[in-house]
Each structure stands twice: as structure tokens, then as C-alpha cells.
Design a binder for this molecule. Sequence first.
Ligand SMILES: Nc1ncnc2c1ncn2[C@@H]1O[C@H](COP(=O)(O)OP(=O)(O)O)[C@@H](O)[C@H]1O
Ligand SMILES: Cc1ncc(C[n+]2csc(CCOP(=O)(O)OP(=O)(O)O)c2C)c(N)n1
Ligand SMILES: [Mg+2]
Length: 346
Amino acid sequence: MSRPRPLVPRGNSADSVRVVGEFGVISRVVARAGTAAAAEVGPGDDAAVLRTPDGRVVATTDVLVEGRHFRRDWSSAEDIGHKAAAANLADVAAMGGVATALLVGLACPADTPTSWLEGVAAGLAAECAPLGAAVVGGDTVAAAPDSEAVVLSVTALGDLAGRAPVLRSGARPGDVVALAGRLGWSACGLAALRRGFKSPAAAVGAHRRPHPPYAAGPAAAAAGATAMCDVSDGLLADVGHLALASGAVFDLDRAALVRACLEPPGPLQQVAAALGADPMAWVLTGGEDHALVAAFPAGTALPDGWVEVGAVRDADENGAVLVSGEPAAAAVRAVGAEAPGHVHFG
Ligand SMILES: Nc1ncnc2c1ncn2[C@@H]1O[C@H](COP(=O)(O)OP(=O)(O)O)[C@@H](O)[C@H]1O
Ligand SMILES: Cc1ncc(C[n+]2csc(CCOP(=O)(O)OP(=O)(O)O)c2C)c(N)n1
Ligand SMILES: [Mg+2]
């Protein structure tokens, strides 16, 4: 893998973490954290204290590693904060919860400008604010010796407001499969960035700052969704998790996916034409838009933002995920993709 070009000034700038020190960084970052509605005690003490109206806590963590999950020459500090928050807030929504707070673990090289870390903090806060959530604590440490990579580990906590959590395992044959949010936009933006383009702005922007449909998660739970997850790795890969956990086949309807994700034509077709790619590859296998995919009992009036894109069937010999009756592996090959989703240890 080519090493991401260090983007932020390296060395001993007056603003670097080395000069400002751990507590200087913490006070500047905490000043940008915002306020969590659920926090009785926020950042600055030995631990935060949160109110849990439901009595149960939804808890999830995702780690973002520079060069693997983001590049500082492709995304601003604010973008990276938005993205790190979104990846976690979407997992809470995918359980049917509403996020209440984030905890942030940060490892960074000593020459990282404090202003860059303040930008990350501002992005985290801005992504959380509409939900009433905020960063309530964290930890700031030096990166491994000789490592130039920033690592961000974000934990999100959330509340179910009395609803049953929606697991991956509850889908039953006869359920409808539905989608909320966008698919393929982040992968399209990533493809453009990899070729050195900074446009189209809508696709590159979607890669930098995903827009998960947070409200669709609790709405699906309230409507009786039987299984749900967010699409972080790729639709076929993540629906595979639902199928496996539920012991059922998820048969996605290609025409419905085209209608939901590729009509009217826009940036996905534009970039695909320029790169000689099939935009359906991004829809089926592209990650990081954090759309939600769920199963609902047949006849459920789908909540706002949800569209039907398939059906759950009895397990059969064709495998767990089908695209209009065709095994997912064949659909992956047909669109020229390498795998049903992101390959982590490739
Ligand atoms: N190192 C780990 N220790 C314990 N649980 C883990 C670890 N890594 C992943 N998991 C759990 O495995 C499940 C699948 O992880 P992942 O594919 O990362 O989910 P997601 O796409 O929702 O982030 C999650 O429940 C996650 O909490
Ligand atoms: C520099 C860079 N290269 C590649 C990608 C693409 N990418 C990285 S991780 C990932 C999948 C999601 O990451 P993961 O850590 O699996 O999140 P989770 O499924 O745990 O939510 C994708 C599509 C990227 N975002 N940035
Ligand atoms: Mg994860």
C-alpha cells in the first residue's frame, strides 16, 4: 500500500501536540465537545456519568486507522470527525436506538497539530449534535514509536426508549427486505479520490461525510422490524450477516435496487462512465454509506424513508444472499467487483 502523504505539517510547529502537551490538547478538544443531553457528568473527571432513561444501554465501538479508513490528504479533520461519529452512531441506529454519547480514544504522532485535533473534535460534535449526543470522554496517547498514523477509536452509547432491540437474527421467510439511506455513494467518491479526482462533489463529499439515516433505525424498531444492520462493508456482505444470523435467504430485487439507488442518473453513473466501471458494483458491494437494511413482516406499512428491495425466503442450496434469484457471488462477478464487501485483511 502506498503510504499516505503526511498532510499536516510535520516537525515541531508551535501548535503540535509535542509542544502543547497532553493536557493542552485535552482542554482544547474538550472545549469543542458540545453537551450530551444525557450527561450528568461530562468530560474532565475520571469518568462521565450518563442518565439511561431506558435502563438498558446500547454500546458499540469502531476503530478508524489513518491510511485504512481515512487519509488526511483526502479528508479534512472535520470530515474525519464526522465520519468516525457516523460509523458508530449508525450502529446504534441499526439496533433501533438513539445515540446518547461518544467516548473517543485517540493515538497520534507528537507532531500532529493541535488545530487538526480540534477539527476532528468539531466534526464529532457536529455529527452528534442533531441527536442530542456529544463526546463525554476519551483518552489521548502518543502513536506507536515511528508510526505516523493517527488511530481513532470511537465508542457510542445509546438508548432504546422502551423498544426491543432489533437483532440481526430475527428475519423470517415471508418478511420483506427494505432499505433506508443511500448505497454506493461513498464507494463512488472513494473511486474518484483514488484516481486523483476531487469531484463530483456529491460523491466525494459522501465519502468524506456519510449521511446515515439515523431516525430510520428507531422508526423501523417501532414498526416491528425483525432484523436490521447498517451497511458499513457493502450491501451483499452485510445482508449476508443478516441471512446467516437469521438462518434464512435474503433475495434482493435488482430492479428495486436500481430504482432506489441509481435513479434518476447522477454522479454514480457519471463517475462510472469516466472510470469504465459499473455503478451497480458500488451499490451492491460499496461500504461506508451506513444505509440501514432491515426485514419487516409482510404487510408492514414501512416507515418514512424505507423502500422495499427484496424478500426473505427459506434457506436453499443457492446460498444466503441472492440478487433476483442469482447467488450473490455471481452478482459480484457480473458487476466486476472483487468481493461482496470491503476486505479488511487483504
Ligand atoms: N475484537 C473484538 N472483540 C469483541 N467483539 C468484537 C471484536 N471485533 C468485533 N466484535 C464484535 O463482532 C460483531 C461484528 O463486528 P463488525 O463487523 O465490526 O460490526 P459492525 O459492522 O456493526 O461494526 C460486533 O458485534 C462487534 O462488537
Ligand atoms: C484510505 C481509505 N481506503 C479505503 C477505504 C475504504 N474502507 C475502509 S474500511 C471500509 C469498510 C468499513 O470499515 P470497518 O472498519 O469494517 O467498519 P465496520 O464494518 O466495523 O463498521 C471501507 C469501505 C477508506 N475509507 N479509506
Ligand atoms: Mg465494527
